[in-house]
Design a protein around this ligand. Sequence first.
Ligand code: ARG
Length: 398
Amino acid sequence: MKKVILAYSGGLDTSCAVRWLGEQHGLEVICFSAFIGEVKDKTPLIKRAKAAGASKTYIVDLKEEFATDYILPSLWAHARYEGQYPLATALGRPLIAKHLVEVAQKEGAEFVAHGCTGKGNDQVRLEVGVRTLDPELKIIAPLRDWEFKTREEEIEYARERRIPINATRKSPYSIDKNIWGVAIEAGILEDAWVEPPEAAYVMTCSPAQAPAKPKYLVIEFVKGVPVQVNGVRKGLVEMIDYLNRVAGQYGVGRFDMIENRLVGIKSREIYEAPAAEVLLKAHEELEGFVMDREFLHYKRLLSGKYAELVYFGLWFSPLKRSLDAFFASNQDRVTGKVRIKLDRGHAICVGRESTNALYKEKLATYSKGDIFDRKAAAGFMKIWGLPYEGMYKNRIEA
Ligand code: ARG
């Protein structure tokens, strides 16, 4: 029997897909699940996959790989799609694609399958990822192909075949979560005018419920990598988990945006990314402290492009790789500390310190000890303004 490796979440869609792939395509179904959010109990997931009809289930904890090879480069890139979304879901998909391909090759499978819908970006990220890494693999997307129109029809299909479905009441939203953040869509959120109900949020408290007293975090970076918070050493995953918890309590990292999907649809998205918000701010601040103006202004253009590439499913592309090399090239200077104040929904940088600082208090000061040569400023202005001298003489209308 030919094999298919299915990216399996344990939800209704992928549980039905297990059976459907067997029935419709006559394939042996092997499930693959990756933990890149909270590490859950493997046993129930394996049981559910088996009950749905899987011959085997792979479950791997990929948090470390996710943090080191996906989150860190995008932190260095200051990547936020359309200036806001720190790309949690978009970063997770290529990692899943990579492992799907690995399992397929190990199992000698001819097919891979996923539970993405036909309207989103995730199908693009997974399929382009898989095809880039192994063009021989055939891809099946049950949710684009099968006949179910509604959730109820899927539930009916599962009932008839005794496929276990989650007993707990389904959230009214579509939620995708990993350690870099959560995306919340659908339900009432589709009305662009309606404020998201508090209950829609899963990683953050309401800023109004946050502690009245602000909290200070000193984050220390060594060569671009955050290594300590308030004097305590933490690995990257641990650091992210910690910041999600602490900044989440202060309501930091909420986004409500209309975003432009690759497939042309504008969608209303709610994101929560407390750790990403803090780390991106802290890294941007420190880099701004140790790098020159030309570099910083030019980098901004590349950050926007990088976020687009990641969002558009082009993680495994030459330009994205080259940009990674660019962003990595100055990280050896990004060593120092940033002081972040968490205050009712805000993470504000209130201090920075580095032995590589290009900021010089003696140059900046308006007080005693100023070493800036003001006399030289006059000459600078004379030359700088030279090309424009008299250019619009008598042409400025009052
Ligand atoms: N719109 C976001 C993105 O494209 C979030 C997608 C969330 N995915 C999901 N399966 N709910 O990155």
